[in-house]
Design a protein around this ligand. Structure first.
Ligand SMILES: [Fe+2]
Length: 346
C-alpha cells in the first residue's frame, strides 16, 4: 500500500533539537537526530545489540549512544564504539536513510538508496521563501494516508466539514475540473460570486461577495499544494489575495499518518496577528478533517468496504490519485522482481 521510492517528510527542522526523536514511517520505527556539528541523520530505531530503540538514547558528539549497554553508532549507522571490547562485529550496524533538509522540513528517502535524488524533494519553497510569509502545523491522524489524499482532492467537503471556517454551500455546488499527468493530478474549482466564508472575511478583509478559486496539485504519492485566492466579485482578479496551502502526508502505519502542513501568503507579510489567525484557523480546520477521517477509517475497518464502493463525479481526482499510486507500487514491485531475477541468474 506504500510507495517506497519517495521523499517523505519526517519532521519540521525546528522540531529536531539535541535529543533524538522517534518517528515511524511506512511502518518502520526510525530515529531522527542531529550530530553536534549539525549533520542530520535518520536510522532504523533499533540498537543492533539488544534492540532497544536508539531514540531512547543520547547524542554524544557525532554519535548516538544506546541507553542500554552504551553502544555508539554514527550518522551512517555504523557502530563505532562498544564498551569493553575493541573488535566491532561487521553486523553491528543499522540501516541509515538518505535525508534532505528542504523548505523547513526533514525529508527521508524510504526506498532504494540508488534512486535517492534530493532534487526531487517536493517543492514546498513557500515555507521558507522570503517572498512568502508562512505558518506551519502538524496533525497525527489515525487514518490510512490515502484517505487524507482523497480529502484534499475533493474539496467539496469544505461545505459540510468546514462551514465554521473556510467553507459554505457554494463550494460543493461549483463544478470541478480534473487534469492528470503521469505523476500529478490537478483538481480545480472556480467558485464565483459567493458569500465569503468566515475565514475568508477575516483573512482577506473582503466582506462582500467574492470570486474564489482553488486548485489542488497532487504529486504521487502524498504531497499536495493547494493554490487558492479570492477577490471582491465587484472588482477584478488583479485585486486577488492568494495563499498556498502545503500538505506533506507521510504514512506511519497502515491506519495512521503524519500530516505536516503550512499556509503561505504574499499580502500583509508583516502582520503577525494575521499569521497567527491563519495558523489557528487552519489548525481548527484540520482538527475537523481529523475527526471525519478517523470516523471514516473506523467505519471502513468495521465494514471491510472499499473506500469507493459508491463513486461520484467529485471522486474523479481521488480515484485517479489512487490509480497513480497503484501504478507506482506495481512498478516498484517489477523493479524488485527484476533485481531478484538478476541475483538468481548470477
Ligand atoms: Fe478539509
Amino acid at each position: 500500500m506504500w510507495v517506497e521510492n519517495a521523499w517523505y517528510a519526517a519532521s519540521f527542522l525546528k522540531d529536531i533539537g539535541d535529543h533524538p526523536k522517534s518517528v515511524t514511517l511506512l511502518g518502520r520505527p526510525l530515529v531522527v537526530f542531529r550530530t553536534e556539528t549539525g549533520k542530520l541523520a535518520v536510522l532504523d530505531d533499533r540498537c543492533p545489540h539488544r534492540s532497544v530503540p536508539l531514540s531512547f538514547g543520547r547524542r554524544t558528539g557525532e554519535h548516538l549512544r544506546c541507553s542500554y549497554h552504551g553502544l555508539q553508532v554514527d550518522a551512517e549507522g555504523n557502530c563505532v564504539r562498544i564498551p569493553c571490547q575493541d573488535r566491532i562485529p561487521a553486523n553491528a550496524r543499522v540501516r541509515a536513510y538518505p535525508v534532505a533538509e528542504r523548505h523547513s522540513l526533514a525529508w527521508v528517502w524510504m526506498g532504494d538508496c540508488a534512486f535517492a535524488n534530493a532534487d526531487e524533494v517536493p517543492d514546498f519553497h513557500y515555507l521558507d521563501d522570503p517572498e512568502w510569509t508562512a505558518c506551519t502545523g502538524y496533525h497525527f491522524i489515525n487514518a490510512d494516508y490515502r484517505l487524507l489524499n482523497d480529502n484534499l482532492l475533493d474539496l467539496s467537503h469544505e461545505s459540510y466539514v468546514h462551514d465554521t471556517t473556510i467553507g459554505n454551500d457554494a463550494v460543493a455546488e461549483a463544478p470541478v475540473k480534473v487534469e492528470r499527468t503521469e505523476t500529478q493530478i490537478r483538481v480545480h474549482r472556480d467558485i464565483w460570486n459567493c458569500e465569503p466564508p468566515p475565514f475568508y472575511v477575516k483573512a482577506t478583509g473582503f466582506n462582500e461577495r467574492i470570486n474564489r478559486w482553488h486548485t489542488t496539485i497532487f504529486t504521487v504519492p502524498s504531497t499536495h499544494v493547494i493554490e487558492n485566492g479570492s477577490y471582491p466579485a465587484s472588482s477584478s482578479r488583479s485585486h486577488a489575495l492568494e495563499r498556498r496551502v502545503l500538505h506533506a502526508i507521510s504514512p506511519a502505519t497502515p491506519t495512521s499518518s503524519h500530516y505536516f502542513w503550512g499556509v503561505a501568503r504574499q499580502y500583509r507579510p508583516d502582520d503577525h496577528e494575521l499569521t497567527e489567525y491563519i495558523r489557528l484557523q487552519t489548525a481548527e480546520t484540520f482538527d475537523q478533517d481529523k475527526q471525519i477521517l478517523e470516523l471514516q477509517q473506523k467505519a471502513l475497518e468495521r465494514t471491510g468496504d472499499g473506500a469507493f464502493s459508491l463513486a461520484l463525479a467529485t471522486d474523479k481526482g481521488p480515484v485517479q490519485a489512487r490509480h497513480a499510486i497503484e501504478r507506482m507500487i506495481a512498478r516498484e514491485k517489477e523493479l524488485r522482481c527484476g533485481v531478484n531475477r538478476e541475483k538468481l541468474a548470477q
